[in-house]
Design a protein around this ligand. Structure first.
Ligand SMILES: Nc1ncnc2c1ncn2[C@@H]1O[C@H](COP(=O)(O)OP(=O)(O)O)[C@@H](O)[C@H]1O
Ligand SMILES: [Mg+2]
Length: 153
């Protein structure tokens, strides 16, 4: 069951980044943004927007080779995870990514379906965490369809 579904058509990179900025306004510790879609669909651009909206001034680079990039300030903990190179959920657990699922960190995860599958309202996340799933599709060179939903709990 899909709840609170929204469809956003982005016409350029700036609009995709702006969506991330808008999401950041409601972000707080314990929120997980699961980003799903093929290479080049704009997942990292959304993360750039999230970081910008959270007031992080550092350049956001794809953590594809590092898997995790963390941005910490006095009152903020933003975690950018990219599961591209991980093949199974056991790998995810083995390298210790579960520790980021806590009520202090705001977490953005590229290729989130490798971890959570395609979540629905009844799926299990650790208590108190809030998950927003976004599915991105490239329509053409410059346009992206971004379907997202919010699971309150
Ligand atoms: N509307 C758009 N939204 C996001 N990215 C776009 C858009 N149009 C073109 N692009 C390009 O698509 C690519 C998206 O790259 P990236 O965000 O790294 O994708 P992913 O992280 O999903 O692999 C970038 O080269 C970006 O310039
Ligand atoms: Mg990426």
């Amino acid at each position: 069951m899909l709840l609170n579904m929204a469809i956003f058509i982005s016409h350029n990179v700036e609009q995709t980044i702006q969506l991330g900025i808008d999401w950041a306004k409601e972000a707080k510790g314990g929120m997980i943004f699961g980003l799903i879609g093929e290479l080049g669909c704009g997942k990292t651009q959304i993360v750039k927007g999230l970081a910008k909206g959270l007031g992080i001034n550092q350049q956001i680079t794809s953590p594809t080779f590092a898997i995790v990039n963390e941005y910490k300030t006095d009152n903020l903990w933003f975690v950018h995870i990219d599961l591209y190179r991980l093949s199974c959920v056991e790998d995810i657990h083995n390298i210790g990514l579960d520790e980021f699922l806590n009520d202090k960190a705001i977490v953005a995860i590229e290729w989130a379906e490798k971890w959570f599958g395609l979540l629905d309202k009844n799926s299990q996340l650790p208590n108190g965490l809030k998950y927003r799933q976004a599915i991105l599709t490239a329509i053409n060179e410059s346009e992206r369809k971004i379907e997202y939903e919010d699971f309150g709990n």
